[in-house]
Design a protein around this ligand. Structure first.
Ligand SMILES: Nc1nc2c(ncn2[C@@H]2O[C@H](COP(=O)(O)OP(=O)(O)OP(=O)(O)O)[C@@H](O)[C@H]2O)c(=O)[nH]1
Ligand SMILES: [Mg+2]
Length: 786
């Protein structure tokens, strides 16, 4: 049973980029509005000068290198990592900078007494940064965050970089930050001083993705028209308002199209956006898309190219990828199990990110992403704020990202400093630990020698001959029975003159065709999913190959873009092994997912398993080595202990698990397992418990019920989940599968799948799904996740 996600996870992959967007990319694109104190003409000029003179002086890489040199070991100045593949929750204490950047930069010489050498310009700059820091701290305090939030850490770090020269001699920077925080809290408590902070936001995206609805959510009132059926926004429109004391000026834009024919109208819209933003440049751009649309990035590229060609690629340097419909349930992965929510979000963001990189022809763009759920029935907390299934209070985080992007943008000194959107980049180097924990805690059957494998070649041949002969006998019997029934029907038809023309030769052909045997389909079979349309079973035992077509694929000229292969064998006649591999390749990317295991029996009651897995996680390959040993304590009880190591880039995730399985009677099995995964001191713990009740003649009959519960502790937070899976047959020809899961955040889902080969029941199922559909139309949200 997979463990369930943790609510922190979506915030985790935010990471610093090692790649700075070059100087030409949008440095000056998003200057704030003129009422902002950092944007008056004086400061503009000043900054120009500072830029002109100090681009070298405040070079990002050189400065960081200098800081590092000035703070040996865990030095006094507490700075945060510039690049790291570790989630930012790890307390940042060191700076690491790519050497190549340093080589191209002049290395600073530290003056013996820099205080005296501070120029007037520098003093002004430091004052400006101090003011910005206090403002930012006040903003995060208003949103209910503190300086420990990973985005706040990044912004404060970036501000400290700007004034880095001063920091070299400030012995205790953290106390400086502390006093700024105190000052911010004091000002907030007094409530006297106006914040004088404004935010210009440009909202772009395809039609109907929820741009206007997101704007309404930001303001907390319906300021822009939305429509489910027709394009609702027809012209570029400015909407203003105050949100938590911050003046927002949001530009709503008409939806863009993705077909070739839309290009002309897209350009028209974008040209009017261009005119508008010349007058009033945005601080932040929200590129909105739905998280739940399958073919989401199929035609995006030409649209993104169009946006880039009209508005310039600089637009992307302050863009937040905004995903609406975020309460949608994740789709099923290749194994038929729904994707982990965090993986689902990351995959969708990655797909859009890839398209942005392709459209701009610049692989260095690393945009942050925000999740949005605009539906009014979205679950809310006691304060009335909308909460996503993973527990994220999304609106607050979106506001924090907007403030952060603006703060960094208006306070960056050098064009070489990474662009704001890069700062909080969703650079996915490490998926959330619960993802690894879930895969570690999976209870695995050790591959065993199949019955066929035990037979000699000759015996196998005899076995299959016998099998074929019996199958043929059965088929013949069925065919005879069917022909007999047909004859009876014909006679009845003649008698009652109902069947009409009986000389039609096709009739007989039809009956012959109906004798086809049933296909064996996976439990998650979905006839709309093209992956299932091209399934092919090799007649050899233990070998299954199928072609995959991916609906998210780039194009389908050649009909498929992947292949999946399952194979089990008995290596050296002593080590049963199994292999499952799926390779997908399209024009842009290729992915591989391989799971292989080999097992060996040592003594009568000990069996060991060694496994090697490969999985593409975003654009990296994760290699997992795992091993476990199973001890059969008694006929009814087995205990398993296992270790795993996953290598992803330059990081390693280690894991350990312990499992106990107990059979009670013939029908009940109890399974409990616990484990932990760890990466550089960041550890996630989990416990799973599962009770499985089978019918007496399981395998002949398929009735089964599984009740499970899981508990995950990660980042000082517990998350609990419970699930119920049940499958049972109703009569001979009908099966029902029920799945219910629920988390401690009161989110979850219920799914009921039914299949039947009886016509009346098929009709009934049709009526049921139509009724459900009509109900959903009337109550569009309730069914989906809650
Ligand atoms: N369930 C759900 N529905 C949403 C969400 N966002 C928007 N919608 C619905 O989707 C429909 C379209 O939303 P709009 O805000 O009009 O979309 P738009 O992008 O502004 O569309 P245009 O103005 O035509 O370009 C409306 O019926 C919204 O209620 C969301 O996050 N979840
Ligand atoms: Mg709209």
């Amino acid at each position: 049973m997979p463990t369930f996600g943790n609510n922190n996870a979506v915030e985790i992959p935010v990471n610093e980029s090692e790649h700075n967007v070059p100087a030409s990319k949008g440095r000056r694109f998003g200057l704030g509005d003129s009422d902002d104190e950092f944007h008056d003409d004086d400061v503009e000029e000043e900054e120009g000068e500072v830029n002109g003179k100090e681009i070298e002086f405040f070079d990002y890489a050189a400065l960081a290198e200098l800081l590092r040199a000035a703070t040996p070991g865990q030095g006094m100045a507490k700075v945060f990592p510039i690049e790291s593949s570790v989630p930012l929750q790890v307390p940042p204490t060191t700076v690491s900078v790519p050497r190549k950047n340093v080589a191209s930069s002049p290395v600073l010489e530290v003056a013996p007494n820099p205080d005296n050498e501070m120029t007037e310009e520098e003093r002004k700059l430091y004052r400006k940064v101090d003011v910005a820091r206090i403002k930012y701290l006040r903003l995060i305090h208003r949103l209910g965050y503190d300086t420990e939030h990973h985005i706040a850490i990044q912004v404060l770090y970036r501000l400290s970089l700007v004034e880095g020269f001063r920091r070299i001699k400030v012995a205790n920077h953290s106390s400086e930050l502390e006093s700024a925080w105190k000052k911010a809290l004091q000002l907030e408590a007094e409530g006297t001083e106006d914040l004088e902070f404004s935010c210009n936001v440009l909202v772009l995206g395809k039609t109907g993705v929820g741009k206007s609805a997101t704007i309404n959510s930001i303001f907390g009132e319906d300021k822009s028209k939305t429509s489910a059926f027709l394009p609702a926004t027809t012209a570029v429109k400015e909407i203003s308002g105050v949100v938590g004391g911050v003046k927002f000026r949001v530009v709503d834009t008409p939806g863009l199209g993705t077909t070739h024919m839309d290009e002309k109208s897209n350009r028209k819209v974008l040209n009017s956006v261009k005119k508008y933003i010349k007058r009033c440049p945005p601080d932040v751009v929200l590129y909105v898309d739905r998280i739940d649309t399958q073919r989401q990035d199929a035609n995006n590229l030409s649209l993104l190219q169009c946006i880039t060609s009209v508005l310039g690629s600089s637009i992307w340097s302050k863009t937040i990828i905004t995903l609406t419909h975020s309460a949608a349930a994740p789709p099923e992965g290749p194994s038929g199990i729904p994707l982990n929510y965090e993986m689902f979000v990351t995959q969708r963001t990655h797909a859009i990110q890839q398209s942005i990189r392709q459209a701009t022809n610049d692989p260095r763009f690393e945009n942050t992403s925000a999740l949005v759920e605009n539906h009014h029935l979205c679950r809310r907390n006691t304060e009335g704020e909308k909460v996503l299934p993973n527990g994220l209070i999304w609106r607050r985080l979106l506001l924090l990202l907007c403030y952060s992007v603006k703060t960094v943008e208006t306070n960056s000194l050098s064009a070489r400093v990474a662009s704001p959107a890069n700062l909080f980049s969703l650079r996915f180097r490490m998926p959330p630990l619960p993802h690894f924990l879930s895969s570690l805690l999976q209870s695995r059957e050790h591959p065993s020698k199949s019955q066929v494998a035990k037979l000699s070649k000759e015996q196998q041949k005899l076995y299959f001959d016998e099998y074929d002969y019996r199958t043929k006998l059965l088929e013949k019997k069925q065919l005879k029975e069917q022909l007999r029934r047909l004859k009876e029907m014909k006679i009845e038809g003649n008698n009652h003159d109902v069947l009409g023309d009986n000389d039609n030769p096709d009739d007989e052909y039809e009956t012959e065709r109906s004798v086809m045997p049933d296909w064996a389909l996976p439990s998650s079979f979905d006839s709309d999913d093209p992956a299932y349309r091209y399934r092919c079973l090799d007649p050899k035992p233990n070998f299954l190959v199928r072609a995959i077509t991916n609906p998210d694929g780039w194009d389908h000229d050649c009909g498929f873009d992947g292949v999946s292969l399952q194979y089990s064998l008995d290596a050296a006649n002593a080590f049963p092994a199994s292999l499952w591999v799926q390779v997908n390749k399209d024009k842009r990317e290729s992915t591989i997912h391989l799971v292989s295991s080999i097992s060996a029996k040592h003594r009568e009651n000990v069996s060991s398993l060694a496994g090697f897995d490969i999985q593409t996680i975003m654009d990296q390959l994760a290699y997992t080595l795992r091993g476990e040993s199973k001890f059969k304590n008694s006929k009814k009880n087995t205990t398993t202990g296992g270790l795993s190591m996953t290598f992803l880039g330059d990081t390693m995730v280690t894991g350990a698990k312990f499992e106990d399985k107990l059979s009670v009677g013939d029908r009940l099995t109890l399974l409990a397992n616990t484990g932990a995964v760890s990466i550089r001191g960041d550890t996630a713990y989990g416990v799973n418990m599962e009770a499985t009740l089978r019918e007496k003649d399981y395998l002949m009959g398929q009735d089964l019920a599984i009740l499970g519960a899981s508990l995950v502790r990660w980042h000082k937070e517990w998350s609990m989940a419970a699930k119920l899976d049940s499958q049972f047959s109703m009569g001979r020809a009908s099966n029902v599968a029920v799945h219910v899961d629920l988390t401690n955040k009161l989110t979850g889902r219920v799914s009921i799948k039914a299949n039947t080969s009886e016509q009346l029941k098929i009709a009934l199922l049709g009526v049921c799904s139509m009724t459900m559909y009509l109900w959903n139309r009337m109550h569009p949200f309730i069914d989906r996740n809650y």
